[in-house]
Design a protein around this ligand. Structure first.
Ligand code: 28F
Length: 638
């Protein structure tokens, strides 16, 4: 008996040590303790419900944000097993919540766990990082409950009533000594649950925000699965094939689901998922999908004489112009690679995805010759445009063959050639450009003035863009090519700074340039090279004190409160042109004082929606969108 007791407590100690490690280094387990990490807690719990759904036993998940930022998640699955482990004397349910990597361990052996966030760390990590957490399980005719504080059991699994239903409910309050904020962002959670619902055909997920007087609520359930996902992504776009093409195959090992639809736009939007995780960097599943597309469309084009014997094959990029697709695979032991660990490495997946898509897509094209014809017409015209762009490029190159590089005439370049310390300011208007040229640090700061109407790249193909007299100087100044040829390692400036007025026109030119960078130089944004300069809105002057610049209305109020208000003059800057070179340097360009906002785009799907809506043809979605303009700013993360 004594020996037994000893073993039991030894086990306990180990358990506690495990979760202490999580509290000591939370970032290692959930990425960060920012709001991202906070949301991660919710995803971990919901993932367990999704696994139960994928196992075939759960059809509905309810998430609530209760007043005080308490999260509640409930599913109607089988309920976490409650049986007592013969050695540890701890219930399976308590083990799941107190042993680190319990989920992973079970998964490795039993193949139970399939979904799982990027970190896939499991419920015990959520428990460790919660001030308190309680679990209720309905199973085997009973209602059971257990409670924890900061990962430590305060009530072991106890039967508290009867129940004829089954399921699991978890409520938790994150630990505010660990997280920077406990204020969940409803919209972000809503977006993620919509995505999970698309990826898990037929699963109902609801979310309710009870923190405000008027609760927010949404419910997602898609019988169409990825078909519905593609319809959603293309909702504001003109379609080539009216219904998304849908392929699904589960041959046991690697279930594959794919949906695709062509639009009349020139953009390629392929989103890939592994175990419901967005694999932003692509990988072997994406490779298999692309190879299949290229093969199937070329074979179809040849066998139906759409391209002639002497013609070259269509290239992958021709075939992907205007394509929106979602590829979702489930992989038992996924290998994640790449800078952000969002690139699938399992090499066997390429062939599996390729075979399924070749098979399904070629059958579809044979059965739907009109759709095949419409898509191939688009591919052929994309290939012609690519050829035209190449010729235009070569012509430009030949003309200037004596010069090493061509720089635009309007560019006032900097003297340093070390890109890491160089910045180029893209400035709206000649007068602001003039001030910037005089005010700058010539060694590291280059100025490129833009003027006149800027091309909307959302409505033009690459060949037009290359020859456009507004964009060409931008492409040449940056010096790293464009589109598929863009090589971020060749950029001539480490910082590309958009300096525009703080008014509607300025916002417009900023959006046009950002759209251009996003569509044609995406790595420039992804790797954090794009910045927005922030010129001040006001200058506050008073005799005897130094002029103060204010960048927001709040700052102005603050300043005015500080100095009382007699004999104060406030100048409101309507444009950059109103500042003299010294002022522009001092307020907006001097690295010691300036405010720069780095443009980041961690959600390509959102960014695509933003640019499609803002720059596209449809007026109604744009009107709606601009009304909710705050969201635009938030999603650009500026
Ligand atoms: C609100 C959060 O966590 N739901 C869960 C289950 C169901 C099973 C399970 C979970 C398998 C071996 C550990 C039930 N019956 N909602 C949830 N529902 N975990 S988590 O099993 C977990 C592991 O022991 C379950 C039969 N097999 C599995």
């Amino acid at each position: 008996m004594e020996k037994y007791n000893h073993e039991y407590s030894a086990n306990q100690i180990q358990v506690l040590e495990g979760l202490e490690a999580v509290r000591k280094r939370p970032g290692m387990y959930i990425g960060s303790v920012s709001i991202r990490g906070l949301h991660h807690l919710v995803y971990e719990i919901v993932d367990n419900c999704v696994d139960e759904a994928l196992a075939g036993y759960c059809t509905a998940i309810e998430v609530k944000i209760e007043p005080g930022n308490i999260i509640s998640v409930e599913d109607n699955g089988r309920g976490i097993p409650i049986d007592i482990h013969p050695k540890t004397h701890i219930s399976a349910a308590e083990t799941v919540y107190t042993v680190l990597h319990a989920g992973g361990k079970f998964g490795g052996d039993s193949g139970y766990k399939v979904s799982g966030g990027l970190h896939g760390v499991g419920a015990s990590v959520v428990n460790a990082l919660s001030e308190w957490l309680e679990v209720q399980i309905q199973r085997d005719g009973g209602l059971y409950q257990m409670k924890f504080e900061r990962g430590k059991t305060v009530q072991a699994l106890t039967k508290i009533g009867d129940s004829d239903k089954t399921g699991t409910k978890v409520r938790f309050f994150a630990d505010d000594t660990i997280f920077e904020t406990l204020n969940y962002d409803y919209e972000i959670l809503e977006d993620r649950f919509r995505e999970i619902a698309f990826l898990t055909k037929g699963l109902k997920i609801s979310i309710e925000d009870l923190r405000e007087e008027t609760p927010k609520k949404a419910e997602f359930c898609y019988e169409g699965g990825l078909r519905s996902f593609v319809e959603y992504l293309n909702k504001n776009k003109e379609k080539v094939n009216p219904e998304p093409i849908y392929l699904e195959k589960d041959n046991g090992d690697v279930p594959v689901e794919v949906s695709l639809q062509y639009t009349t736009s020139y953009n390629e939007n392929i989103y890939t998922f592994v175990n419901n995780i967005n694999t932003v960097e692509g990988g072997t599943h994406l490779e298999g999908f692309k190879r299949a597309l290229t093969k199937v469309f070329n074979e179809y084009a040849r066998s139906h004489s759409i391209i002639k014997e002497k013609d070259a094959n269509l290239q992958g990029e021709d075939i992907r112009e205007g394509l929106t697709a979602v590829v979702s695979v489930k992989v038992k032991d996924p290998q994640f690679e790449g800078q952000t660990k969002t690139k699938l490495g399992n090499s066997n997946v390429t062939g599996i995805v390729q075979a399924i898509v070749v098979d399904g897509l070629s059958t579809f094209l044979e059965e739907n010759p009109n759709i095949a014809k419409a898509i191939l017409e688009k591919c052929v015209s994309a290939s012609r445009a690519r050829e035209a762009a190449r010729k235009a490029r070569e012509l430009v190159r030949k003309k200037n063959s004596l010069e090493v590089t061509t720089l635009p005439g309007k560019l006032a370049d900097c003297s340093s050639k070390n890109a890491d310390e160089c910045e180029v300011y893209i400035v709206e208007g000649d007068s602001a450009g003039g001030s910037a040229k005089q005010g700058r640090d010539r060694r590291t700061q280059a100025i490129l003035p833009l003027w006149g109407k800027m091309l909307n790249v959302e409505k033009s193909r690459a060949d037009k863009i290359y020859n456009n007299d507004k964009l060409k100087p931008v492409i040449q100044a940056i010096g790293a090519g464009i589109g598929a040829d863009f090589d971020v390692n060749k950029i001539r400036y480490g910082k590309v700074v958009i300096m525009a007025d703080a008014d509607v026109d300025g916002a417009h030119i900023r959006t046009l340039l950002l759209t251009f960078f996003f569509r044609y130089m995406r790595p420039l944004i992804e790797q954090g090279h794009v910045f927005l300069a922030q010129p001040p809105l006001y200058k506050v002057s008073k005799k005897g004190i130094k002029d103060v610049y204010c960048y927001t209305d709040e700052e102005l109020d603050e300043q005015l409160a500080k100095i009382g208000r007699d004999n104060v003059s406030i100048q409101r800057y309507k444009g950059l042109g109103e500042m003299n070179p010294e002022q522009l340097w001092e307020t907006t360009m001097d690295p010691a004082n300036r405010i720069f906002v780095r443009v980041t785009m961690d959600d390509a799907m959102k960014a695509d929606e933003i640019f499609t809506v803002l720059m596209g043809d449809e007026i109604e979605p744009r009107r709606e969108f601009i009304e909710k303009n705050a969201k635009f700013v938030k999603n650009l993360d500026i």
